[in-house]
Each structure stands twice: as C-alpha cells, then as structure tokens.
Design a protein. Structure first.
Length: 323
C-alpha cells in the first residue's frame, strides 16, 4: 500500500466570531493504486484536536465545522473527509474498514502528529476506538458523539445477510447502479431518514441545508462508499461485544456525548458502552445522531471541558455520568 500527501492551499476564511483564521486545504492520499483528493479544514492554536465526521451518504467534513469554530479558541483543530466520502470526486473502489483504518493511522501519525484528542461522530467513533487499541499512544483523549458500530441495514435487520453483497455488486454496476443509488438517496428518502434518526427538529434539515446535503450524494463516485456503509461493509467490528471490548482496551480517557432522543437501537449500544468503567457520558436534553450539527454549543461545551483536563490525569476506574 502506497501513501503520500501534499497540501494545496485553497481559500482562507476568517472566523469573525472568534477572530481566528481558518484554512481550507486539499490533501492527496494514495492507497492501493487509487489517488484520492480529500478536503481538510483547520483553525486555532494550542493542543491538536482531530474532528472525524460520521460515515453516511450525506456526511462531509463540513458537518464538523460548527464544532471546529467553537473549539478553535482553545485548540488547534483539524477536520478531514474520509476516503470514499466528502465533496471531491471519488474513484470506484471496494472501500473497506482496513482502508479507512490505514488512512486514519496515517493521518494522525504523519499529518497531525499524534493529537491531544480526537472527536469522532457516529461510525467514526469505532474507528477511533480501534486506533486507540491497536496503535496505543496515537489518539489522546476520545470524545465519541452518538457512537455507532453497525450500518443502517444490519441495524434494521439485526445482523448481516448474505444478499448484502449482491446489493453492493448491483450498485457498483455501471448500468443499473446509478439508478439504484439515486433511489436510495432521493430527497424523499434522505428527508425521511434524517427526520427519524438524525435531527431532533424535523424542519432543521430543509431549504439550503437539505440542498447542500443532497449535493453531496451527487458527487462523482459517491455511491461506492455510501452503499458499503449502508450495508455494513464499513463496520469496523462484527458485534456489540467487540465494540465494547475496544472501549475496555482503549486505555485513554473517553467521553460519550449523545442526545435525549437518540434512536432506540443506537441508544442501547450507547447505554452498554456507558457501563464500562472509565467511560464518562454526557446526555444532552435534545438531539439524535446528528446532535453535533444541530446543537454544537452543548456538544462543544462538554468536549472543551473534557479535553482541557490535565492530559496526564489517570483514567478513572469508575463511571462518571452526567445528564
């Protein structure tokens, strides 16, 4: 596997609220013969914090921008798109957990140089836990926002099915693939799924916000990563026991932030995670899986307090829970 990177400065944006400059860049990443352009944003000064967006058909690094803006007065904050996702054209590839984990390891050890902490949303949380276990000393503190480990279709059906692979093959097809994919990410489907699972306010994702999210689904090559996420092919672990085992073995301070209205099945996983000694939880009075987008002030407040603690402080051996 070959990896390389370079920065390409694009535009500079001024953050008027905090008076700090934000830089947008592009990063070139090579893996298994694929050359991928990924978006990067960074701002602030101080200890380095990496923000990892969720994996989904409408996910992009900009979903972490509200947190980036709020954390930049305390930390040097950077967020990046995942390979197979984001706003730049994506090559046809059989995206896998191994590829995404290799990218994360490379990014935080060679680009951001071992951050003070990682804030990871949704499925990215499991990748952050996996990194902490298998590459100790590279992650720093972990803030897991509404963490998940299982893709939408396996969650609905309570497990993997042999025919998921046939769905991926059909969507990869140049003939019927684009049509099948468009049906899965239509305005109706995206609106319905986000109202039910992602955003507390059913009107939050509408108008310009909805148009921006839908535009992500039209990015060249978007269907390959999207359907692999939906069908569970990007699940970093196979079951809840393995998910919880990662948290037990991570050996770093962990804070889990989630909203009161987190969907039932996802909430069950978070509650199981909260029972592990050393895992702290912050339950916010509102919010679903997109709580970091919809309620960034509350999420940022909890994250800043946690990340500002003495980084050499010992890991607690009993649960600390707030609500």
């Amino acid at each position: 596997m070959q990896r390389a990177w370079r920065y390409n400065p694009s535009e500079r944006k001024h953050l008027g609220v905090i008076g700090l400059e934000e830089m947008e860049r592009r990063i070139l990443y090579k893996t298994d013969g694929c050359e991928i352009t990924l978006g990067v944003e960074e701002a602030g000064s101080g200890p380095s914090i990496v923000l990892l967006p969720a994996l989904s058909s409408i996910s992009i690094r900009e979903e972490m921008s509200p947190l980036l803006n709020r954390l930049a007065s305390n930390f040097r904050v950077v967020t990046v798109d995942w390979p197979g996702f984001g706003g730049y054209p994506r090559p046809k590839s059989d995206w896998s957990p191994e590829i995404l984990s290799a990218f994360l390891d490379w990014f935080i050890t060679e680009v951001t140089l071992q951050p003070h902490g990682i804030i990871a949303a949704g499925h990215a949380a499991t990748y952050a836990l996996c990194q902490a276990v298998h590459r100790p000393g590279t992650t720093g503190r972990l803030v897991l926002i509404a963490p998940t480990w299982r893709g939408p279709l396996p969650t609905v059906l309570n497990g993997q099915r042999s025919w998921f692979g046939r769905i991926r093959a059909a969507v990869d097809s140049p003939v019927v693939g684009p049509l099948l994919y468009r049906m899965n990410v239509s305005r109706f489907v995206v609106s319905k799924m986000t109202r039910e699972h992602v955003y507390d306010d059913p009107e939050w994702l509408s108008g310009e916000r909805l148009s921006s999210k839908l535009a992500i689904t039209h990015t060249q090559g978007a269907r390959y990563g999207s359907l692999r996420f939906v069908t569970g092919a990007l699940d970093r672990v196979e079951n809840r026991a393995s998910f919880l085992d990662l948290a037990r073995r991570a050996n770093v301070p962990i804070l889990v932030v989630y909203g009161e209205k987190t969907p039932r099945k996802s909430l069950a996983e978070i509650e199981a995670l909260a029972e592990i000694p050393g895992v702290r939880t912050e339950r916010l009075p509102r919010g679903k899986l997109g709580v970091h987008e919809e309620f960034p002030d509350s999420v940022a407040e909890a994250a800043i307090a946690f990340l500002s603690e003495d980084q050499h402080q010992s890991i607690p051996n009993a649960n600390s829970k707030t609500s």
